[in-house]
Design a protein around this ligand. Structure first.
Ligand SMILES: [Zn+2]
Length: 239
């Protein structure tokens, strides 16, 4: 937990910058994020499911079922180490096999005041990586958005983040599908938020299908996501 004094300073700074931007009447898509000091770039990784909620059943190369909750935690750990090695601060919603509801996950993410929030999922359906942003209609005034639809004020930034993720994944040779969905976790997040659902590389059952469990595939996905977040940080640092 950060000290309350520091927390107050941070809130004050954010409030001032928002007012200045609003007064200038030039709030571009990029300018909407609470910028903060360049050194304080924070990413939230939310390993979906956990505890009693196993998520979907993922089948490995040997045909052995693995719960989605274990897959997402593994991806979160891998991605965190890639990001911290590059000097990015990472906040995770869980580090072990525990149950967390959507409200708890969003509370952790929102407390972190992150520049990017990724909710990690896995699925045997489809192929490649599916990126979802909230289906909420964009809201103009963040001050009057209820908790359950707080993401509405961030949708345009989330679309931009999904675009950067898409580019990096495609650049990494991955198939990407973009979509919008109602997800209680990201719908309550006050940060650019994208749900990242990893599916087998070439779809289920194909001869060339690569299992979700394949270490090289996992590394390719994690590397591309890390590259995207570095790009996102670089874009945010531009004037
Ligand atoms: Zn899931």
């Amino acid at each position: 937990m950060r000290s309350s004094r520091k927390g107050r300073q941070w809130r004050a700074l954010t409030g001032v910058s928002t007012l200045l931007l609003a007064a200038a009447g030039c709030v571009s898509a990029h300018a909407q994020a609470p910028p903060g000091p360049a050194s304080r770039f924070v990413v939230v990784l939310d390993a979906a499911h956990g505890g009693d909620d196993a998520g979907a059943s993922i089948v490995d190369d040997a045909g052995k079922p693995e719960p989605e909750k274990a897959y997402t935690l593994g991806l979160s750990v891998k991605l965190r180490s890639l990001l911290t090695a590059r000097g990015i601060s990472v906040v995770t919603t869980r580090e072990s096999d525990v149950s967390l509801d959507a409200t708890q996950r969003a509370a952790i993410a929102n407390h972190a005041r992150a520049q990017a929030c990724l909710s990690l999922h896995a699925s045997m359906n489809g192929a490649g990586v599916h990126l979802f942003i909230s289906s909420l209609a964009p809201a103009q005034d963040a001050n009057f958005v209820p908790w359950k639809t707080a993401q509405a004020a961030w949708v345009s930034r989330s679309v931009a983040l999904a675009g950067v993720l898409n580019s990096a994944l495609v650049h990494g040779g991955l198939t990407v599908t973009l979509g919008r969905t109602a997800l209680t976790t990201i719908d309550s997040m006050t940060c650019p938020a994208v749900a990242v659902e990893v599916a087998p590389e070439s779809g289920r059952g194909g001869d060339s299908g690569v299992s979700l469990d394949d270490p090289a595939y996992q590394a390719k996905v994690a590397d591309a996501l890390a590259a995207a977040l570095l790009e996102w940080r670089a874009e945010g640092a531009q004037p």
